[in-house]
Write a protein that binds this ligand. Structure first.
Ligand SMILES: [Zn+2]
Length: 87
């Protein structure tokens, strides 16, 4: 992952955190939204690490499209699709 990609994902995380923070105002989605906010906060710290964007399990680089949708993801699609696997 290059500097430019990292900056793009970082901006995406910050945007998602911002919109989710607004969502926590509505009680029905609060619990799940808070969990996602925590994960995004962790992703924001992990993005500075060299191994951010690599699958936690097999080490394959995770696709940019997946990271931009869910920056907190730690597994590649192959590992995610394996039965019994959860992020
Ligand atoms: Zn994997």
């Amino acid at each position: 992952m290059n500097k430019h990609q990292r900056a793009k994902i970082k901006a995406t995380i910050l945007t998602q955190i911002e919109s989710l923070t607004e969502e926590t105002q509505s009680p029905e989605s609060a619990a799940q939204t808070k969990l996602r906010l925590e994960r995004l906060g962790t992703a924001l710290k992990r993005i500075e690490a060299d191994n951010y964007g690599e699958c936690f399990k097999c080490g394959t680089p995770i696709q940019m499209s997946q990271l931009l949708g869910f920056p907190e993801t730690m597994l590649c699609t192959d590992c995610l699709n394996q039965p019994g696997e959860q992020i």
